[in-house]
Design a protein around this ligand. Structure first.
Ligand SMILES: Nc1nc2c(c(=O)[nH]1)N[C@H]1C(S)=C(S)[C@@H](COP(=O)(O)OP(=O)(O)OC[C@H]3O[C@@H](n4cnc5c(=O)[nH]c(N)nc54)[C@H](O)[C@@H]3O)O[C@H]1N2
Ligand SMILES: Nc1nc2c(c(=O)[nH]1)N[C@H]1C(S)=C(S)[C@@H](COP(=O)(O)OP(=O)(O)OC[C@H]3O[C@@H](n4cnc5c(=O)[nH]c(N)nc54)[C@H](O)[C@@H]3O)O[C@H]1N2
Ligand code: SF4
Ligand SMILES: [Mo]
Length: 757
């Protein structure tokens, strides 16, 4: 509780990966007012307009308050938790034992604010005996992680961008003014814009709010970043402006990369990207002449053609210029709880059962899930457990998802709300909201100072709901995979942390196969001894110890003290007792070199698959004119969208139904005026949207936001749908060959004027 303001309670915003610290003024069960939390170690009081509206998440009409079971006729019946857990466990075990664990899959495990369930999800997958794990991360970042695996040795060697110390900041395919993604984005962007000694380059087909502030805006043609980045890199090597010393001492494989880049026809590629050669050269020169240059990228290069190649070229841009592991560059960072794992390649490569798609960071891409379910292959997916995700709206190809989910023998959904996905489930389990339980995210990618925020509950759980750690623990218990009730451990925990540590170590030594159940075991044994409401965070005890043992100096620099295991204890205590968040790691730039995982401690620049795709660009035909003359960028971050987290449309102050943005000249050629309605049709489906005329989009390009097309009850209880679900337009097969990431920002569509919705 904040001193002097008895009703203001600290927590965090759950709407984007920044998770800004907030303080909330409570009135009963209502979040009355919200302000930035100055005591948060990273956001320090920052807030954007979306967070003010969090009461629309906490208190809305579709909150679930009881487990539900679908009847034969498709209606839902309220059942008790005991019945729900017993039946789901029995059906999971039955599918597992009849068809093998790999007939089961898991989806989600955490959105923008709630990752505490993630480790319990791993325990559940172990009980289900499956590795099949799908999440939103594998429809955006896995191509980049695959590249990181090759460059740095492990797919979870992740480089963040030290934009705050850079003289030149390059934003490619990201609009931080709206999407954030960097610390206190709007303040940062305004400062960068005003600073005469620093420059901002933005590469984006749209003149975004961020592009408006740039020193150089390259308004690239959608889907051609691979050409543009190749042209920039080729300019750098042709002019001999690469960082030769860095390349010689820190990398191997540059010769092959240089040879491929020297083949790039720079002028052709600039033209292909729709840009003047002089602008491309200008960008290359600003980047090479900067003493510190950081590159931040996001969906604009991931959700489009050549997704994985784009992310390789993006990495080459900071690596060839030596802007790596040094101030103002891109930097490998620590992670208290790693957001992703590593999937081996080569002979040990794991693949999905039906489409044989390779795992990356232990994840499978949502684009393949419908095909893994909807077929007659005996190895198909038959049971799916979904937690904290709404794939029926969020994932590519709603129609394919709808058809596939209808064929599942078992679909379980854990959510706070009756979502579109929940409406297809056999069982729906009501979770307590993120303000009714302890929570945290693992989006901790700061450098040099990295922070973690364990939030406490602001409210008691809504009656009938349970927090995920309890749900998973009950389910795993009911599946009867745990060998005992760990009485000794429970006993040791009551005697103190040290006796507990000894007993826990002994157990893990005797039964190492229990390691994957660690979160559940810690929840049951250590959990009850933690401060009220924090049992779900018990697994962080082991995490804190592991982290402190591995990075003792960084933990000490972050302000924690103690020798040996006492340092881990100190870190854990600090996490438990810092309701505003706490620094866990402060690094020196030089230390980042120790995070490289290749044995030779070098960066391996040459990735044959990528160089082959780079070389093949030259032969890529121009998109032929077709029945679908426009390119739709499907999924734009705006002031009032936030994935599918807010379901009540009343939260929006503008853009009530998610307008289709179109250039005024294109609109006029279609006979459309501002506010008219257009039918937007792809080969996959059609939606109707209100049009908004804006010269910020290129001719021939239109945009729609994501996060619409969800239903809600109006004042009279009648269910209505708010705006268009853009994934009715997207096709599961249109995705990257290596990572399976969708081409959402490159959907060929045609438009026609219509009278109204
Ligand atoms: N075409 C197109 N599609 C897109 C995008 C796009 O740009 N274009 N963007 C994509 C991106 S980048 C992402 S990250 C995904 C996001 O899509 P999803 O992975 O589906 O995530 P969210 O939309 O955040 O939905 C989270 C769900 O969690 C529920 N929830 C909230 N709090 C809790 C809780 O405490 N416990 C539980 N169990 N559930 C909770 C919410 O009610 C909601 O149903 O969408 C993707 N879809
Ligand atoms: N307001 C808001 N903020 C959010 C979210 C939200 O729902 N709403 N969601 C959060 C999530 S889950 C994510 S993943 C992030 C995503 O954050 P961003 O990736 O920054 O968001 P987008 O607006 O989807 O896409 C960024 C930019 O890519 C551009 N773009 C489209 N096609 C191309 C192309 O071919 N090349 C290039 N270079 N650029 C292109 C678009 O014009 C757009 O300006 O946002 C997070 N923040
Ligand atoms: S930047 Fe993201 S986390 Fe911060 S207040 Fe806005 S939506 Fe919430
Ligand atoms: Mo995302």
């Amino acid at each position: 509780m904040s001193e002097g303001f008895p009703n203001w309670q600290p927590t965090a915003c759950i709407l984007c990966s920044r998770n800004c610290g907030i303080e909330v003024e409570l009135e009963g069960r209502t979040m009355k007012r919200i302000r930035g939390d100055k005591a948060h170690p990273i956001s320090a009081g920052y807030l954007c307009q979306k967070a003010q509206r969090l009461n629309f998440y906490q208190n809305h009409a579709d909150r679930l308050t009881t487990p539900l079971r679908r009847s034969e006729d498709g209606t839902y019946e309220a059942i008790s938790w005991e019945t729900a857990i017993a039946e789901i466990a029995a059906r999971l075990v039955n599918l597992r034992d009849t068809f093998g664990g790999e007939s089961l899959a898991y989806f989600g495990g955490g959105g923008q604010g709630n990752h505490l369930a993630g480790p319990y999800g791993k325990s559940l997958r172990t009980a289900m005996q499956t590795r099949n794990y799908y999440s939103a991360l594998a429809q955006e970042k896995t191509g980049g992680f695959w590249v990181d695996g090759r460059l740095f040795g492990r797919q979870n060697c992740h480089a963040t961008e030290d934009v705050e110390h850079a003289d030149v900041v390059v934003f490619i395919g990201t609009n931080p003014w709206q999407s954030h993604g960097i610390r206190n984005a709007r303040v940062f962007l305004r400062d960068l814009h005003k600073d005469p000694n620093r420059k901002m380059i933005v590469i984006d087909p749209r003149r975004t709010e961020t592009a408006e502030l740039a020193d150089l805006h390259l308004q690239v043609r959608p889907g051609t970043d691979a050409f543009l980045l190749a042209a920039i890199l080729a300019t750098i090597v042709r002019e001999g402006e690469e960082d030769a010393e860095f390349l010689a001492t820190r990398t191997i494989g540059f010769d092959a990369v240089r040879a491929a880049l020297l083949d790039v026809p720079i002028e052709d590629y600039a033209e292909r990207a729709g840009l003047a050669l002089a602008d491309v050269q200008q960008a290359a020169r600003w980047i090479t002449s900067a003493s510190r240059c950081a590159i931040r990228t996001d969906l604009g290069i991931e959700h489009t053609l050549h997704s994985t190649l784009n992310q390789y070229l993006r990495a080459l841009l900071y690596l060839l210029t030596g802007n790596f592991n040094r101030p103002g560059g891109n930097v490998l960072h620590t992670a208290l709880v790693p957001l992703m794992g590593h999937s081996a390649e080569g002979e040990q490569q794991k693949r999905s059962a039906v489409t044989k798609f390779p795992f990356i960071t232990n994840l499978l891409p949502p684009n393949i899930l419908p095909a893994e379910i909807d077929n007659d292959d005996p190895a198909r997916t038959r049971g799916l457990f979904v937690d904290s995700a709404n794939p029926l709206v969020s994932m590519p190809d709603t129609q394919a998802y709808r058809e596939a989910f209808a064929k599942l023998d078992l679909l379980v959904v854990v959510d706070v709300a009756m979502t579109e996905t929940a409406r297809l489930a056999h069982y729906v389990l009501p979770a307590s909201s993120q303000f009714e339980k302890c929570e945290a995210t693992f989006f901790n990618a700061e450098f040099p100072a990295n922070a973690f925020h364990l939030r406490r509950a602001l409210f008691d759980p809504l009656p009938g709901t349970l927090a995920e750690p309890e749900i998973y623990t009950r389910l795993i218990r009911a599946m009867e995979v745990l060998p005992s009730d760990f009485t000794e451990l429970k006993e040791a925990a009551t005697q103190g942390r040290l006796p507990f540590a000894l007993a826990f170590q002994k157990l893990m030594k005797q039964q190492p196969e229990l390691a994957d159940y660690g979160p559940v075991i810690l929840y049951e044994t250590l959990g009850p001894t933690l401060p009220a409401g924090l049992a779900g965070a018990a697994f962080l005890w082991a995490t804190a110890h592991q982290f402190a043992a591995k990075h003792p100096d960084a933990v000490r620099r972050a302000g924690h003290s103690g020798e040996g295991p006492m340092l881990g204890e100190a870190l854990f205590e600090a996490i438990l007792n810092s309701p505003h968040g706490v620094l866990f790691s402060v690094n020196e730039y030089e230390e980042s070199w120790s995070f490289l995982r290749h044995k030779d401690q070098r960066i391996h620049l040459e990735i044959p698959e990528m160089l082959a795709e780079l070389q093949a660009l030259n032969a890529e035909p121009l998109t032929p004119s077709s029945d679908y003359p426009f390119v739709l960028m499907a999924g734009e971050r705006r002031s009032y969208n936030a994935n599918t987290i807010y379901r009540d449309p009343a939260w929006r102050r503008d853009d009530p139904d998610g307008a289709l943005r179109i250039h005024p000249e294109d609109a006029s050629s279609l006979g459309l005026n501002d506010g008219d309605f257009a039918r937007c049709e792809s080969k996959q489906g059609a939606v109707i949207a209100r049009v908004e005329l804006t010269a910020s989009v290129l001719r021939g390009v239109v945009t729609l936001p994501h996060g619409y097309g969800m239903d809600y009850p109006d004042e009279t209880g009648v269910r209505r749908t708010n705006g268009a679900n853009i994934n009715e337009l997207t096709a599961a097969a249109d995705c990257d060959a290596i990572a399976g990431t969708p081409w959402h920002k490159h959907i060929p569509v045609r438009l026609t004027a219509v009278a109204s919705v």
